[in-house]
Design a protein around this ligand. Structure first.
Ligand code: SAH
Length: 257
């Protein structure tokens, strides 16, 4: 666990708190912000709280994960027109043919990362996320890990994530533009590596850059084309892997564009 997310300094300079459900109304009224946006903000807090309840009912038990999901404003990571769907458990388009992962899978993967041997002992240290997309998962992870390195191969999305995350001023998130199939050696070793795009095999670099006691969570397609969530633990005796449930992620691609 690291810092709480700083409020909304860039857009709403007088807010200093970001507690879900309580941060918006009174001071906005004082500021004289139009009632319509005040109502929208309050609605988002309400639907976000309901989303968190659904995640808990659906099996997410880690309090830190539920809190991070309740704090991170997913509606700010999608187009305004999609805002009213932001807290449904669905992936949504973010441009360039890519999607923001659905909340339940973001929470699921975060919880898996927290379950790593080394993490249970010493907290979640450095995390590498492959596939920044719009930056949502990086924002969630920033509340759970000491440092987040998030790499994206599409420049347009790398820049979008930068814009989306700017107002949060997350000092522990490092956005990188590059091919995440190579990992990011400069940040290694990682306590955890999480991929938001699925390939057909695990890049060797990811296993190399994982710390002993660390855990890798990634979608992998089998010969039948079915994508499954794979968990790899790096133990002092080697890699231990577990195949979990079927998932649907965008494809992992090599190179940058
Ligand atoms: N983490 C995002 C999900 C983004 S979708 C979220 O918060 O919802 C997955 C992203 O992985 C896409 O933006 C895609 O461009 C990116 N991607 C695919 N292959 C990649 C690679 N080799 N390196 C880095 N990013 C990659």
């Amino acid at each position: 666990m690291t810092q709480r997310r700083p409020g909304f300094p860039a857009r709403l300079p007088s807010f200093s708190e970001s507690t879900p459900g309580s941060a918006f109304a009174p001071r906005r009224a004082v500021l004289g912000t139009p009632a319509v946006s005040m109502g929208a903000a309050m609605d988002f807090a309400g639907v976000r709280a309901r989303m968190v309840k659904r995640l808990a009912t659906g099996g997410v038990t880690a309090a830190a994960v539920l809190q991070a999901m309740g704090t991170t404003e997913r509606h700010r990571f999608v187009d305004t027109a999609l805002g009213n769907q932001a807290y449904e458990d669905t992936s949504l388009p973010i441009g360039l043919g890519q999607t923001i992962s659905k909340p339940s899978i973001v929470a699921r993967m975060a919880e898996l990362l927290l379950g790593a041997e080394g993490v249970r002992a010493g907290g979640l240290g450095r995390v590498l996320e492959v596939g920044t997309g719009c930056g949502y998962q990086a924002a969630v992870l920033s509340l759970l890990a000491r440092e987040v390195y998030s790499i994206e191969r599409l420049r347009g999305l790398h820049e979008k994530a930068r814009t989306n995350l700017r107002y949060l001023r997350l000092t522990n998130v490092h956005l990188l533009f590059g091919d995440g199939m190579l990992g990011y050696a400069k940040g290694a070793p990682y306590a955890a590596i999480v991929a938001a795009a699925g390939g057909t095999s695990l890049p060797l670099e990811w296993c190399e850059q994982l710390a002993v006691g660390g855990r890798l969570v990634a979608p992998i397609s089998g010969a039948d084309g079915q994508q499954m969530l794979l968990v790899v633990d790096k133990t002092p005796h080697g890699l231990k892997q577990n195949v979990l449930e079927a998932v649907h992620f965008v494809p992992l691609k090599s190179g940058v564009a």
